[in-house]
Design a binder for this molecule. Structure first.
Ligand SMILES: CC[C@H](C(=O)O)C(=O)SCCNC(=O)CCNC(=O)[C@H](O)C(C)(C)COP(=O)(O)OP(=O)(O)OC[C@H]1O[C@@H](n2cnc3c(N)ncnc32)[C@H](O)[C@@H]1OP(=O)(O)O
Ligand SMILES: [Co+2]
Length: 136
């Protein structure tokens, strides 16, 4: 089941500038960056319990965030719900007609497993579901 709002993601055209903004101007604790090769995305996390802000930027200029930035510029990109059993949630939501963007979860940040639901299944909002690594 969904247990938490794991993070709110913001796509940013200038990664360094955005990290500086959230760290210095907004004074948020900066956990660090992580390149998620599988997702072709560079991420930066700012924990703000009980959730986090995730800044995302294309890795090597490729991937889904590159497409998003090209079309929309920066902006609120997705909500991520944390699941305690991602396969159970996928089956349950598929049953309800939600369109998943992959057949299986794939590696996400912090060793998590993630999957995305098409925005048109949720009133134009891109939804990510993640299951954190056991030790995270
Ligand atoms: C996994 C690592 C990390 C983590 O948390 O662990 C991440 O979060 S990585 C985040 C980056 N990865 C992804 O976003 C993967 C899922 N995204 C996709 O597969 C695509 O971006 C997709 C399918 C949402 C859009 O693909 P594409 O841009 O090629 O298609 P369109 O431009 O034609 O868009 C179709 C339709 O969707 C609307 N759209 C696109 N992106 C978003 C968005 N972020 N939020 C809301 N809506 C979005 C777009 O405007 C089009 O709508 P339409 O009405 O047809 O114009
Ligand atoms: Co995310």
């Amino acid at each position: 089941m969904i247990t938490a709002l794991d993070h709110i993601a913001v796509a940013v055209p200038d990664f360094e500038k955005a990290i500086k903004r959230f760290m210095e101007d907004f004074g948020l604790p900066f956990e660090g960056t992580e390149d998620v090769a599988e997702a072709k995305t560079s991420t930066a996390f700012f924990p703000l319990p009980p959730t986090s802000i995730e800044l995302i930027h294309p890795l090597n200029g490729e991937g889904p965030v590159a497409g998003y930035l090209e079309k929309k510029g920066g902006g609120l990109h997705h909500l991520c719900f944390r699941s305690d059993n991602i396969h159970e949630d996928i089956a349950r939501l598929k049953e309800k007609g939600y369109q998943f963007l992959a057949d299986e979860p794939s590696p996400g940040a912090h060793g998590s497993q993630v999957i995305f639901i098409h925005p048109k299944s949720c009133d134009g909002v891109l939804i990510e579901i993640n299951q954190p690594a056991a030790d995270h």
